[in-house]
Ligand binder design. Structure first.
Ligand code: IPM
Ligand code: MN
Length: 356
């Protein structure tokens, strides 16, 4: 089995190195091949998603992705910015289903900014559609406004859209995931204002007919944002479009107080996937050896479970992570008085030791 390792920028190389170390400690024979992506891809080959990197990602059974982005690339034109790498990979690999679990580890209950009783035991799964919506809709750009009160001025515009089959397939992913959990799906939309999301609601309702054992609730996105901080434990699976999912998943991640702990999976129709931490490249702490590698290590566990058919090895990693937390080891982002502060590498080593 071949795994493409794309470390990227900022803390990306440090955290993926630890995930690779953990994968190597499993005693399996994975073929791992590394390539530049994001700012690193631009620096080495003049493009955030160099052709060789894309080819490697396409040829691999799974992709382990670090993070992309750095201040020094912020002034590049849009097509060359690091973010284009992840958007390009999602589109080119057809990774339409983004799974972002938000779990509160009991050991980290104090890390949340919300009251412990609001978040303790939190275990929600956000399923974000990842290749449609306003992110990829065309036309888009800046043009001369054709009519209305601003006629003749320049205007920026994007296109929000979803094809029926795109909504159907992500709805199936959500209902099937719910079946393995608490059997409840909240579909988040803005059907009261947007045509695209009235259509979304109608199609999700139709797909639901095949899942009588799963409860479906529809919720407007503004209300969903409010409920996420008011009573987040009421949610089980949340399914939503690309942009709402982007926003709500950051909110859900922060409920746990430790975005450094949260993995994610982006899957195609055949469970080929790209796995990355939910956090970004954190250029402010890059190279300091203090980034939390656990989200990437847990992303490697998701990769084993969803793309490589190795659920047992995934369980082993997740158990090892719980063990190091129980031992009181903490990177600075999750540090609390009374625990032991460790760096990126020490944390990776501790997980490897716990695996043995
Ligand atoms: C994410 C990120 C990306 C997104 C950016 C980097 C393009 O915020 O994965 O959530 O908006 O999808
Ligand atoms: Mn985001």
């Amino acid at each position: 089995m071949k795994i493409a390792i794309l470390p990227g920028d900022g803390i990306g190389p440090e955290i993926t190195a630890q995930a690779v170390q953990v994968l190597n400690a499993l005693g399996e024979s994975f073929e791992m091949e590394q390539a530049e992506v994001g700012g690193a891809g631009y620096a080495a080959h003049g493009h955030p998603l160099p052709p060789a990197t894309l080819a490697l990602a396409k040829s691999a059974d799974a992709v382990l992705f670090g993070a992309v982005g750095d201040y020094k690339y912020d002034t590049l034109e849009r097509a060359l910015r690091p973010e284009q790498a992840i958007l390009g990979l999602r589109k080119e690999l057809g990774l339409f289903a983004n799974l972002r679990p938000a779990i509160l580890y009991p050991e980290l209950a104090g890390a949340s900014t919300l009251k412990p009783e609001v978040v303790s035991g939190l275990d929600i799964l956000i399923i974000r559609e990842l290749t449609g919506d306003i992110y990829f809709g065309k036309p888009r750009g800046v043009r001369e406004c054709p009519d209305g009160p601003f006629k003749g001025e320049r205007e920026g515009f994007d296109t929000m859209r979803y094809a029926e089959s795109e909504i159907r397939r992500i709805a199936h992913v959500a209902f099937q995931a719910a079946r393995k959990r608490d059997k409840r799906v909240t579909s988040v939309d803005k059907a009261n204002v947007l045509e695209t999301f009235q259509f979304w609601r109608d199609i999700v309702t139709d797909v639901h007919k095949e899942y009588a054992d799963v409860e479906l609730e529809h919720m407007y996105v503004d209300n969903a944002a409010m409920q996420l901080v008011r009573a987040p434990k009421k949610f089980d699976v949340i399914v939503t479009g690309n942009m709402f999912g982007d926003i709500l998943s950051d909110c859900a991640a922060m409920l746990t107080g430790s975005i450094g702990m949260l993995p994610s999976a982006s899957l195609d129709a055949n469970n080929k996937g790209l796995y990355e931490p939910s956090h970004g490249s954190a250029p402010d702490i890059a190279g300091k050896g203090i980034a939390n590698p656990l989200a990437t290590i847990l992303s490697a566990a998701m990769m084993l479970r969803y793309s490589l058919g190795k659920a047992e090895q995934a369980d082993r990693i997740e158990t090892a992570v719980k063990q190091v937390l129980a031992q009181g080891l903490r990177t600075p982002d999750i540090y609390e008085a009374g625990t032991t502060k460790v760096g990126t590498e020490e944390m990776g080593n501790a997980v490897v030791n716990a695996l043995r």
